[in-house]
Ligand binder design. Structure first.
Ligand SMILES: C[S@@+](CC[C@H](N)C(=O)[O-])C[C@H]1O[C@@H](n2cnc3c(N)ncnc32)[C@H](O)[C@@H]1O
Length: 252
């Protein structure tokens, strides 16, 4: 079983969404004309490929986790979007895949073999094309007073190896290539989220997945619920979250 297999059902339902506005802003910043080929690397349930589908000509999603691809298929069918989905690691993409005007990587870069992925990107990003690195997470300030205690519990249950993955320096990783960060933008949204949903979100992360937690899952869930309790009103907390993107292009 892959490290994401036990997260899938939680991922689809409970991960922070990329708001609709995020795709509109991205399409404008990228100057999408509707003729682009898009490749979504580490697509998971394909929130990015699905969100961009109306702004480009075609979308291919790649992911080595069959359960994630099954979720992507279901999600795409539910909204009538056509996706080409490949069960493969990005490092192994064949030459026949061709080139793409837009490559998206959402919450996945830290899982990839960085050197091999750089080489693949040099090959598959069209000369004037762009890479869009995306993420969505709660804002860590007074707007979400529950977020720090919640993350503290997650951190306490996360192994040092998993924690180290998230310290990737994008600029340093790009240095050996001609790719540079050309633009950064974010959209902010607010919604209410229940304790159960935040427990589900924690289980959607591979570092605190049901597979990792094993027989201690209930104990973990109780700790998360206890950390959130002081902030809960009418069964939920308010969450202000941002979807962030960096546009990477070849320097001229
Ligand atoms: C956290 S999910 C991100 C899903 C989605 N892109 C998003 O923005 O929500 C990370 C995904 O990367 C995939 N992944 C891990 N290693 C990979 C690799 N070498 N090549 C392609 N995808 C990979 C995992 O299977 C998982 O579905």
């Amino acid at each position: 079983m892959g490290r994401f297999a036990s997260t899938v059902e939680y991922y689809v339902r409970y991960r922070e969404p990329y708001p609709r506005e995020f795709f509109a802003v991205a399409a404008m910043r990228l100057g999408l004309a509707g003729r682009e080929r898009l490749l979504d690397i580490g697509c998971g349930p394909a929130p990015l490929a699905i969100g961009f589908a109306h702004y480009v000509e075609s979308c291919v999603g790649v992911d080595p986790e069959p359960a994630m691809l099954a979720a992507a298929r279901t999600q795409a069918a539910a909204v009538g979007v056509a996706l080409d989905l490949l069960e493969i690691r990005v490092e192994e993409l064949p030459l026949s895949i061709g080139v793409f005007e837009l490559v998206t990587i959402g919450r996945a870069l830290h899982w990839l073999e960085l050197e091999a992925t750089r080489a693949v990107l040099e090959r598959i990003v069209a000369p004037e094309g762009a890479i869009l690195l995306c993420g969505a997470a709660p804002i860590r300030d007074d707007a979400n007073p529950w977020a720090a205690p919640y993350e503290a519990v997650r951190r306490a249950w996360t192994s040092a190896d998993d924690a180290a993955r998230y310290r990737l320096e994008l600029d340093a990783w790009l240095v050996p290539t001609r790719f540079r960060i050309a633009d950064t933008f974010e959209t902010v949204a607010t919604h209410r989220v229940t304790v159960d949903e935040l427990i589900g979100r924690a289980l959607s992360k591979s570092s605190t997945s049901p597979d990792k937690l094993g027989p201690r899952q209930r104990e973990f869930e109780r700790e998360i619920a206890a950390a959130l309790m002081p902030f809960v009103r009418d069964g939920a907390v308010e969450e202000r979250f941002r979807a962030v993107a960096r546009i990477v292009r070849r320097a001229t």
